[in-house]
Design a protein around this ligand. Structure first.
Ligand code: TGC
Ligand code: FAD
Length: 388
């Protein structure tokens, strides 16, 4: 009898449609051909592989779950499975795709004018325009409502002042979606690279997500034409609805990293002999492997059901928060356990687990920290807000 798959113990694979399997295979083949051979060097040297966006665009992997404007129009589960394959390789690559698709393209698709959609979305789907999403500021992270960046209306322009930091893709982007306070509350703006008063600085020395570019955006009396306001944005909830999309993708993505770590730990402990026996034959080692397999199986079930809820348009933000929080936490735990089981070799970039572990520390913090998601769920089930 064939043994059960440690990463898909309950056989979720059999529920996938042909289209969903094909989406996953497209991402898997892309990774094997274009990314896997180079990812360790990219992480170690700390740069993003800049030829990837256009290749991904050619394969329909950007804006994959959006419809029209050159996007592939895939369903939620297909999108989740793509994110999983990208992050199985490296969270930095999934981050690039999350920001491009779920934060930037979604924002334009959902809140943009027809002209804005025609102008930006097809090129973003092809990977020819790269976007970044500026919500966080140096003094404002978990509570974006308190942002200081502001946009004052002046004739047919807005004058933008402030800064945004820890912005994924910023150094490689041509377009920034920037959230700012206006006389009508928080609104989203399209700010093109090269706009006078707009500058970008690269953040160096990250010990996490090293294969992803991160930067700070500065706005000094930056003159934005009013046609660059995203007209349907109204209040912080517009920005938060973009976060829902990205958090959904992360709920799947991190499981790719977790599965890769489990697979690496399994292979390693089955072949390495210590005290005259394979490591995998010791009870304490098996306890860790079983814990990883069980948590990954539960997390996959959570993600699978989340995709059904999203597809039927019944999903609530707190349900997305639960999957982002739980799945990121278990992925980080799995990476740490796998690192341990690899002994000294686990700290080497010759293996994958420590790179995943370092990356997942960022994922644990961005798109809502572990605490913030617990507070959202706490509020949902008790009716009491514990944020302040
Ligand atoms: P609150 O008073 O609760 O709500 C304000 C309005 O927003 C509505 N709302 C939502 N709408 C859509 N989706 C959600 N998830 C929503 N959450 C709340 C809410 O109904 C209300 O609507 P209305 O009509 O009454 O005005 O808002 P709050 O200011 O208390 O904030 C809530 C809180 C703390 C949960 C929120 O601020 C939050 O999520 N903070 C975390 C910040 C965060 O996640 N930042 C992420 C930055 S982007 C990023 O990290 C990208 S990394 C990408 C990568 O590399 O992959
Ligand atoms: P803080 O809000 O200062 O939180 C610090 C600690 O305090 C955390 O443990 C937090 O959980 C805790 N805390 C805060 N408030 C409470 C509370 N009420 N109760 C209990 N605990 C609390 N942002 C963008 O806008 N766009 C991007 O593209 C982007 N990319 C990023 C890429 C990377 C690599 C990283 C690391 C971050 C990125 N971010 C981005 C920023 C990210 O969203 C923020 O770091 C995150 O929202 C947390 O904000 P903060 O770092 O200011 O932490």
């Amino acid at each position: 009898m064939a043994s059960l798959n440690a990463c898909d113990f309950y056989g979720l694979d059999e529920f996938l449609t042909q289209e969903q399997s094909l989406a996953r295979k497209t991402a898997k083949d892309f990774i094997a051909k274009h990314v896997s051979p180079r990812i360790k060097e990219s992480f170690e040297a700390g740069y993003f592989l800049e030829d990837l966006p256009e290749i991904m665009g050619g394969l329909g992997l950007l804006g994959a779950n959006l419809s029209g404007y050159g996007c592939a129009g895939m369903d939620s589960l297909s999108y989740g499975l793509i994110m999983k394959e990208l992050e199985r390789c490296d969270s930095g690559l999934r981050s690039f795709a999350s920001v491009q698709t779920s934060l930037c393209m979604y924002a334009i698709h959902e809140f943009g004018s027809e002209e804005q959609k025609e102008k930006y979305l097809p090129k973003m789907a092809q990977g020819k325009i790269i976007g970044c999403f500026g919500l966080t500021e140096p003094d404002v992270g978990s509570n974006p409502e308190a942002m200081g960046t502001n946009a004052k209306k002046q004739g047919s322009h807005f004058i933008l002042n402030g800064s945004k930091t820890w912005i994924t893709n910023a150094p490689i982007s041509q377009l920034a979606i920037v959230w700012a306070k206006t006389h009508e509350g928080i609104r989203g703006f399209l700010v093109e690279k090269g706009t006078p008063g707009f500058s970008i600085a690269r953040i160096k020395n990250k010990l996490s997500l090293r294969a992803s570019e991160t930067g700070t955006l500065f706005f000094q009396s930056c003159k934005i034409p009013e046609e660059n306001l995203l007209p349907k944005t109204l209040g912080l909830k517009s920005a938060l609805s973009c976060l829902n999309q990205a958090r959904f993708g992360i709920s799947f993505g991190v499981l790719g990293a977790a599965e890769e770590c489990l697979q690496e730990a399994l292979t390693y402990t089955q072949s390495r002999v210590m005290f005259e026996k394979p490591l995998a034959s010791f009870q304490l080692v098996q306890e860790k492997l079983v814990h990883m397999s069980t948590e990954i199986t539960k997390a996959n079930l959570l993600a699978f059901r989340l995709a059904q809820l999203k597809e039927s348009k019944k999903v609530k933000p707190a349900q997305i928060c639960m999957a982002k929080q739980n799945n990121t936490k278990i992925a980080l735990d799995c990476a740490r356990l796998a690192r341990d089981l690899l002994g000294a070799n686990g700290v080497s970039n010759d293996y994958n687990s420590m790179r995943h572990m370092c990356n997942l520390e960022s994922v644990f913090t961005y798109e809502g920290t572990d605490h913030i998601h617990k507070l959202v769920i706490g509020q949902e089930i008790t009716g009491f807000s514990a944020f302040f």
